[in-house]
Design a protein. Sequence first.
Length: 75
Amino acid sequence: MYKIHIENECSCFKKSTFENDMTFKNKPDALMQAKIMECRMNQEFCHTHFFEAEDMGEDIIIRSIVRPIDDEDED
């Protein structure tokens, strides 16, 4: 079994329809779902965090980091 785990559930994740610790019978399905989640979270959430899926063997961890402030927007 392969699992997608969200490392830090931010408030946007908690409000979403996504589930943490989803399990899959095969790795390609798990990787595809993790990439879909990563993309949607980066596009649809509040943009406070940046999300990245990392393949850790049987687990795929989606990590979040705080997005840096874009200095170009402060003109």
